[in-house]
Design a protein around this ligand. Structure first.
Ligand SMILES: NC(=O)c1ccc[n+]([C@@H]2O[C@H](COP(=O)([O-])OP(=O)(O)OC[C@H]3O[C@@H](n4cnc5c(N)ncnc54)[C@H](OP(=O)(O)O)[C@@H]3O)[C@@H](O)[C@H]2O)c1
Length: 326
């Protein structure tokens, strides 16, 4: 372990331990709040990826190669794909961006996916979501070869993950797991409440945290739009994961003192004071919730960078598997 990693972890531990001690001693109103910095953790993991990518290239004569399919040109999707391509460059991967007009038919898109499945120069690829309404997203996800499904959305990967078998874990939940590992957050025996049950975030997150491993072994409650008395449930959470897609939905009354809060949400809301005319917010009302927490992810700069890092980790794994290095 590097000196900077040791130093950083030590500081993290101190802050989280201190907040727990203060709580036990009855100073529930005082917390040494830790910001779970996804950029910092990503930098740490990406340094490792860079070294591993060089090693892969030395053994195979190829770089790990990730492609992204982008249908249409919506602002947020452009931004997310550009960040993924830029991270490929940073960690020494080859990347390809494949664009299609928003008018592409479902059948045409499925045939393009078949081509990528068969392209032996390509180790993994993603289809950036959302897709235009005339395309069935499930058909698209199921067409991707599971061995190249580095977003971890295919039912085969989800099913294997549920059984605890080796699989590409969904990038966002896996990124959260790696963030928790980086900050040495204990999940065993903790009550985790997840707000949202989507197939790409809430559901796989619940599988990963309830499995018999580390991080894992948590008691997990999953809430959704039909859940009743949501605030009563979320207030029981030692670790609260918000993944609803509703800007600033989680207010301070919904969070227990000293909880760890992971904010997955990412929405643009109008802001006339910004040049862009908008600002990014999460599903948590950060300003009022953060002072109550022992640790919290910021938006932006929390879960987002970790999702991209997890995607890179999956791509390297796919590349190794396809070249017989695992
Ligand atoms: N930072 C990143 O890397 C990253 C990655 C992925 C997603 N995201 C963001 O995370 C958020 C969630 O994404 P997603 O794809 O999981 O969204 P999604 O597919 O729309 O799912 C939202 C979930 O929230 C639940 N929900 C909606 N309203 C609710 C309410 N009032 N009370 C309780 N539950 C409610 C829904 O319940 P039902 O199932 O009953 O409809 C659903 O399960 C979005 O802001 C997205 O942009 C960020």
């Amino acid at each position: 372990m590097s000196k900077s990693r040791r130093k950083h972890l030590w500081q993290s531990l101190n802050l989280i331990d201190l907040s727990q001690t203060l709580h036990k001693e009855g100073f529930g109103f005082l917390y040494a709040m830790q910001i779970l910095d996804g950029k910092q953790a990503s930098n740490y993991y990406q340094e490792q990826l860079k070294a591993e990518s060089l090693e892969f290239e030395a053994k195979t004569g190829k770089k790990p190669h990730l492609a992204a399919i982008l249908v249409g040109n919506s602002g947020p999707s452009e931004t997310y794909v550009a960040a993924k391509m830029e991270t490929c460059r940073k960690v020494g991967f080859q990347s390809s961006l494949i664009r299609f007009e928003p008018t592409i038919t479902e059948q045409q898109l499925l045939l393009e996916i078949d081509k990528l499945n068969q392209d032996s120069d390509l180790h993994g690829f993603i289809v950036q979501l959302p897709l235009p309404a005339h395309i069935d997203v499930n058909k698209v996800i199921e067409r991707v070869d599971p061995s190249k499904d580095v977003d971890g959305f295919h039912p085969v990967n989800l099913g294997k993950m549920a059984k605890g078998l080796p699989a590409f874990a969904s990038a966002t939940p896996w990124g959260i797991i790696k963030l928790m590992e980086y900050y040495n957050i204990e999940t065993e025996g903790k009550h985790v409440v997840i707000l949202g049950r989507s197939q790409i975030v809430g559901l796989p997150m619940s599988l990963l945290l309830s499995r018999n491993s580390k991080p894992g072994n948590a008691t997990v409650t999953v809430c959704h739009s039909k859940s009743q008395n949501l605030a009563d449930i979320s207030r029981q959470a030692d670790i609260l994961v918000a993944a609803l897609g509703i800007p600033e939905f989680v207010k301070k009354e919904m969070v227990k003192d000293g909880a760890i809060v992971i904010d997955v949400g990412l929405s643009r809301i109008p802001d006339e004071t910004r040049k862009s005319g908008y600002r990014l917010v999460g599903d948590v009302a950060y300003d009022e919730v953060a002072p109550k927490c022992s640790a919290i992810t910021p938006v932006p700069g929390g879960v987002g960078p970790m999702t991209i890092t997890a995607l890179m980790q999956n791509t390297l794994l796919a590349a190794r598997q396809q070249m017989g290095l695992t």
